[in-house]
Ligand binder design. Structure first.
Ligand code: BJW
Ligand code: ZN
Length: 265
């Protein structure tokens, strides 16, 4: 794997590592990406046509059916070797931060499982940051009501749309749509960690959606370097110091496993 040995050497020496992930890290778990070609049910829509408040206002049944389908699919999915390698690295390296754009919860699941296997305490919240929300949470479109809801939802028509138990308005997925602001503390924490990091490891993202895509750029601005893991070239490839053009589930265990912790004597 080209870039692998140099990438490992750079990670071994680095102080401060940010791992920035997108949909590609979950592809080998069976979660569809947003912009790779597919022939699935939803392939004729672009994400902008479904993931926005305007789309929801226009056709809440269509948007909720998309989310209900995705929730059903993701519920069957398990973390893959890429999630596990990232979780182990995060547990072993106190100078590492994981920043994800994904809403599928698979990083969190892998982290819980690895922490349990290794008998480690959970990582501090500021080292596992989700920028685009959680597909298994719902919140009210009007009042502060919100909760985690993992059970399947059957959405067929207007009448079956989920409604707020407090004010009866429509509930929506607790995710960040186009035109909406990202959770402030998570975005600020991610940018702060990225500016300080020697290395940003970018995995499975097309890096076209902002402000998330400014995270690897913050590492470059701070004088750090990029490692990209992605079978396809992206908006960031020309800026990467090392590129590993392989699926994440193959590349990440080879890149991250058994790296000594430079912060330990
Ligand atoms: C593999 C693999 C394997 C496959 N291994 N790899 C600056 C410039 C231009 C535009 C803007 C800008 N700033 C803001 C904007 C507007 C907009 C934006 O960025 N638009 C661009 C698309 C043009 N941004 C926003 O609106 C954001 N909000 C905002 O800016 O607020 C401020 C504001 C408020 C009010 C007015 C004005 C400004 C919000 C963006 C929210 C994005 N939300 C979504 C949906 C989340 C909920 C849900 O899941 O439904 O987030 S869209 C979708 O894209 C989702 C993803 O997190 C995000 C990124 O996608 P990702 O993860 O990169 O996936 P793909 O499919 O694109 O790529 C997959 C990659 O994996 C590919 O490269 C494959 O090759 C690779 N791969 N298999 C490794 N096995
Ligand atoms: Zn409400």
């Amino acid at each position: 794997m080209e870039g692998l040995e140099d990438g490992r050497a750079a990670l071994r020496k680095a102080r401060g590592v940010v791992m920035f992930t997108g949909a590609g890290v979950s592809a080998e778990s069976g979660v569809p990406t947003f912009r790779d070609p597919t022939d699935g049910l939803w392939s004729r829509y672009r994400p902008e046509e479904l993931a926005s408040a305007q789309a929801f206002a226009r056709d809440p049944v269509l948007v909720w059916r998309w989310y209900a389908d995705r929730r059903r699919g993701i519920r069957q999915c398990r973390p893959n070797p890429a999630h596990t390698a990232l979780a182990r690295f995060l547990l072993r390296r106190s100078d590492a931060t994981l920043v994800t754009q994904n809403v599928d919860g698979l990083h969190q699941l892998a982290l819980e499982e690895e922490a349990r296997n290794e008998g480690s305490p959970p990582v501090e919240w500021e080292r596992m940051l989700s920028l685009h929300g959680d597909i298994f949470r719902v919140r009210c479109t009007r009042c502060p009501y919100g909760r985690t809801q993992r059970e399947p939802m059957g959405v067929e028509d207007e009448e079956s749309l989920p409604r707020c138990p407090d004010c009866d308005r429509l509930l929506r997925p607790d995710v960040v749509w186009f035109g909406e602001v990202l959770p402030r503390e998570a975005l600020e924490g991610a940018l702060r960690a990225a500016r300080r990091a020697d290395i940003c490891l970018v995995v499975g993202t097309s890096a076209v959606v902002y402000p998330a895509a400014s995270i690897p750029r913050a590492t470059l601005d701070g004088g750090g370097r990029l490692i990209e893991v992605n079978p396809a070239r992206t908006a960031l490839s020309a800026l990467a110091d090392w590129r590993i053009a392989e699926p994440a589930g193959r590349a990440l265990p080879a890149l991250l496993d058994r790296l000594p912790d430079p912060t330990e004597p």
